[in-house]
Design a protein around this ligand. Structure first.
Ligand SMILES: [Fe+2]
Ligand SMILES: [Fe+2]
Length: 230
């Protein structure tokens, strides 16, 4: 069934509106996940303070806005994602055309833009790249990326692993640890071709010296604990 792709400006004026829209758009499980991502993003940004992104806009808080918005399009089917992008001039890479689920961040960001025109471009980028990551992510984007993987309702995640991530010396290192484990997680589920955005994120963090290692006891190939992500 084709997705309704008509969204009106200024429908979302505050975080309660965004919360209500999300609730009507996704399953209860996804709604709980999104709330968890919002709270976890806020917690990460407290743990790793940074001024490299706008913290507020028109009364919205960056972490809660992006956390609630990031998966608005996650339950659209492939055909609806492709149709939305075609109708709303959202540009897709070849990887996203081949696997439209990879574009759900871009579509979520665009849907929100139509209802909240002018929201900060760094918030939009954080929502767009949360799925695969990318090069040059600011603290908000890194925190959203990490939060998406570790928020409390994630069943594959353990408190032990969360503690390891949260003991990272900085947010870039934290995101690198998550990225490496995420690549393993995808491989275990049969996704052998890693998204370009993830490879770009990995190279970018390595260039910034954030590559001190993955979750040690998950590294099955390197004796003595993994020091780098392959
Ligand atoms: Fe997502
Ligand atoms: Fe998510």
């Amino acid at each position: 069934m084709s997705e309704n792709t008509t969204y009106t400006a200024d429908v979302i004026a505050n975080i309660e509106d965004l919360d209500g829209f999300l609730k009507g758009k996704v399953s209860e499980k996804r709604y709980i996940h999104s709330q968890g991502v919002a709270a976890t993003t806020a917690r990460l940004l407290e743990l790793y303070p940074s001024n490299n992104y706008p913290k507020t806009w028109k009364g919205f808080d960056a972490a809660y806005f992006c956390g609630l918005a990031h998966d608005i399009a996650r339950e659209m089917d492939d055909a609806s994602i492709l149709a939305y992008c075609h109708e709303n001039s959202v540009e897709l890479t070849q990887q996203e055309i081949d696997a439209p689920v990879l574009a759900h961040g871009k579509v979520s960001a665009d849907i929100v833009l139509r209802m909240c025109p002018g929201y900060p471009s760094s918030w939009k980028r954080a929502i767009e790249v949360h799925t695969t990551g990318g090069a040059g992510m600011d603290s908000l984007a890194l925190a959203l990326f990490v939060a998406d993987f570790i928020e409390p309702s994630r069943r594959f995640m353990t408190d032990e692993r969360r503690s390891y991530y949260l003991a990272s010396p900085n947010l870039g290192s934290c995101a690198y640890r998550v990225l490496c484990d995420m690549i393993d997680h995808w491989r275990e589920r049969g996704f052998l071709s890693i998204a370009n955005g993830s490879l770009e994120m990995k190279a970018d963090l390595e260039a910034k010296g954030c590559d001190e290692g993955r979750f040690p006891w998950m590294d099955r190939n390197a004796a003595g604990g993994g020091r780098s992500c392959s």
